[in-house]
Design a protein. Structure first.
Length: 216
């Protein structure tokens, strides 16, 4: 990613009709989009809500020609700027409301990246991506049922035979660390399924404690 430029004027986030491009060259347009996406959520004279709405309109206008680039930048920011998770999930939610197909493609890309991170043993990146995905439930991009299926699949690793404890521990840790971001939504919409998930985790923790005491 290119270096961030200092924030200068909130009008950068104006709608497509108000926006004036410095150049029509694709590379320069991509650089400008990258700068806008990276800087959203930083100090501004306008409200965050206003900036996000404006940026979503800008990105929507550029989707026909720069969709792949926009999705790549968003996915990269999701990993490299975890402190702005809710900013970027909200932005994805706004884009999804304007362009449903784009939202679906972005989720598919994030799921692929999540799986690749697991295969590549990039566990911290995978944990951050999982947290990002679960927060998309709050932005009405991913359904509560879909994210529960993902969490269930991860927790089921603990019920398989001959799985290293370290592997099981990480999956439980990743799931538990993501629940505060989506727990309320899951409780309100999928209470029974959430209870079942937590029960499986509780069973694993009980067995893990017994194994630990046996080795003392």
């Amino acid at each position: 990613m290119s270096q961030r430029r200092p924030f200068s004027d909130s009008s950068d986030y104006g709608g497509p009709r108000k926006r004036q491009r410095l150049s029509s060259e694709p590379v320069e347009i991509e650089d400008r989009l990258e700068s806008l996406i990276m800087r959203v959520g930083e100090k501004s004279t306008s409200s965050l809500e206003s900036n996000l709405e404006g940026l979503a309109s800008v990105l929507e206008a550029d989707l026909p020609n720069f969709k792949s680039k926009i999705m790549y930048i968003l996915s990269d920011c999701a990993i490299k700027m975890p402190e702005k998770t809710t900013v970027y999930t909200t932005l994805v939610g706004l884009l999804n409301a304007k362009n449903y197909n784009c939202g679906g493609e972005f989720v598919e890309m994030m799921v692929r990246n999540f799986k690749e991170a697991l295969k590549g043993c990039e566990f911290e990146n995978a944990r951050i991506m999982l947290r990002f995905l679960v927060d998309l439930v709050n932005c009405h991009v991913v359904s509560a049922g879909s994210i529960l299926n993902v969490l269930d699949t991860m927790v089921e690793v603990t019920t398989e035979e001959n799985v290293p404890q370290l592997r099981c521990d990480w999956y439980i840790y990743a799931v538990l660390s993501s629940l505060p971001w989506v727990g309320r939504e899951l409780y309100e919409k999928k209470e029974h399924e959430l209870d079942k998930l937590l029960s499986t985790i509780d069973d694993y923790m009980g067995k893990r404690g017994e194994i630990g005491r046996a080795h003392v």
